[in-house]
Design a protein. Sequence first.
Lengths: 86, 200
Amino acid sequence: MNCDSLIAIMLGRLEMDVDECIDAYTELIKIVFQEKVHRTPLNWKGRVQARFSSTKLAAAINQVITSQGHSPIEKFNDGGVRGCRV
Amino acid sequence: MCAASKELYGIVRLRSYDLPQKFNVSATIAEAALATSAATGFFDPVSIGARHFEDGALGANNPVEEVEGEALDIWCPATGDLKPLVKCFVSIGTGKPGKRTIEDNMLKFLSKTLVQITTETEETAKRFLARWRGHYDKNQYFRLNVGQGLQDVRLEEYKEKGIIEAATYRYLEDQQQIFRVRDCVENLKMKQSVYIKDSA
């Protein structure tokens, strides 16, 4: 129940170093988790619903990607060879 | 990287690299990030092409066995004999979950499932260690997981970075961990090449 794969993307795909990752991740969760969308994980029908804003998450992710000189629509697998596979 | 597939009710691996003989979901960096985040259950489901990714509550909360399976697919797809090829395996946990985390995150009738999930990460680690005991014995398998101090830190509590940092340093300053980390560093320092050639 955490967003550790975002850190994997930052390290492995965006090739950020550890300190950059900590800063970017701290900034990202601040934006995304500052306010709750729903108090409970279930709606009135008893269905699971999102508790935080996916729009904010998408914007925050895009911000990290572009800050590293990449484009959000770049393929996750762009055929490039990197030191790390994620 | 793992995401939870709605179509298959199971885990799908999203890759930033080619793996011959495996079907790869063609995602952008942003889509991959959203798909894997959807698995936490905190965000909306995500579509990539015709595929849907959503809350993976019963998925790989400790994905160590997924990593093992993926390494096997990369390095020894024909034989499946992975262990002799692995010099160092490092698994990093995200802290042992406490009671409060569970109670706050879900309504009571769901908490039973959540308890199972949170125990599952430790059970997976235990099972993995049992199978990889030879590597553990030769200082080739390391599991680092902050045991104490993170029980009350929740994902959304971004203000608790200080607590996370303090608990992590305390964990790393423990004599047991000092020696483990030293052995891990010694092992990793002997690494000779960055890439292992695919033996497919």
